[in-house]
Ligand binder design. Sequence first.
Ligand code: FAD
Length: 465
Amino acid sequence: MSQSPYDLVVIGAGPGGYVAAIRAAQLGMRVACIEKDHSLGGTCLNVGCIPSKALLESSELFAEASGGLAAHGIRVSGVELDLDKMMKRKGRVVNALTKGVAGLFKKNGVDHLVGKARLAGPGKVELEGEESQTLEAKRILIATGSAPIELPGVAFDGERVVSSTEALCFENVPENMLVVGAGAIGLELGSVWARLGSKVSVVELADQIVPGADRELAELLERSLHKQGLRFRLQTSAQSAEAGTSGVRVSIKGPDTESHEDYDVVLVAVGRKAYTDGLGLDTVGITTDERGRIPVDSDYRTSAEGIHAIGDVIAGPMLAHKAEEEGVAAVEKMAGVAGHVNYDAVASIVYTFPELASVGMSEDGARSAGHEVKVGKFPFMANGRARCAGHTEGMIKIVADATTDRVLGVHVLGASASELIAEAAVAVEFSATAEDLARSVHAHPTLSEAMKEAALAVDGRQIHM
Ligand code: FAD
């Protein structure tokens, strides 16, 4: 069945696709968004950002109730874990948000179509759903996201060797668990299960955890997680895994050692790859790059006329807010509005405790990029609010250009780093100097005063150290 053409058909209703669809409708386009899963929101809302943060919050409360409150003079006894209830709560959080997206589609007049989309030549999308149909579109936006990468020799079986998707819904706390990959996803889910009682061991191929993050803060985070019971081995990889009925035997190779170890479960969290399965890119002549991603120009146009792509399926950090901003910019550019994404100001966050949040260049990265840098640091130990909360671990580190004083990067390790980094992202977006941050009034007593002090410390003028 053929219908009058849509101005825009969006394929995929993750944070990239659904936000793009809503913005396009706001701009007056007639929009359809096709999603193969029944639940809207993509990886982020269903099996990513949201369920992981729901479990991080719950497990953090469990850890605090299990002893973390004693320093405040609060004795709690008889703390018990009801994992089933914790999981059901996570499910309710996810449900409320995915239903919210459906409501937003309705409110904005976006047609939500359920089924698997396939490109069928210029301006045509085939929808395989309850009722198959071909949609005509003036423009198509591919926002099909990503899927977990499988390690050769350590294939997923969904039970003993799992991806983040299964690690978000274990029915029991594994007695011991191997996490392969010390990036955000591995550390967050490793933290969840360690807090709930699992013995968690992490192997990472790089020579630091959170590869790419500021090395000094990554090392501090490693020490902190180690104190919480996570065991780390760097420059170490899982070579193979053999699952049996009662566990999985993994062969592990370090810089000088090789071992065979038994675990209840192995979480492989070594990254994600662009997802374009069954999309029919060949029908429109789009070829992917060496990592399976769809190449686009600065306006998110692919090599095929009228077809654009955004989010995890194109190059760049695989982050929900990056996908959202690209979705908005792509449709604004289609509508002749000046869309824009400043990739230097995209924050990345690891929601462990303490949290690690960064925006802009690391100290090493800034030096390698040819900047002469000044660095200001301020520890939370010297911040009044952090002391009140008993969250004194970590610091804020500001990397500024030595000549212009411009803020090149900000790195926060500490409680609420994920919230504190927003100020830094605005500073980078508006090309602020360290002096601008240092001169801005920060309310007392707040953790954000550590940002001001770190900015003052760029020129050695910090007051409270
Ligand atoms: P996706 O969210 O992957 O959405 C793509 C959608 O397209 C999916 O719903 C898929 O079903 C649909 N689709 C694919 N092919 C078709 C087709 N042919 N037809 C119809 N539909 C199709 N990012 C953060 O910023 N912060 C975090 O805290 C965070 N935590 C994470 C935790 C975990 C455990 C994981 C796995 C990821 C996390 N991420 C986080 C990453 C984030 O989820 C992704 O970067 C984000 O979801 C990408 O958005 P997207 O719209 O590009 O793709």
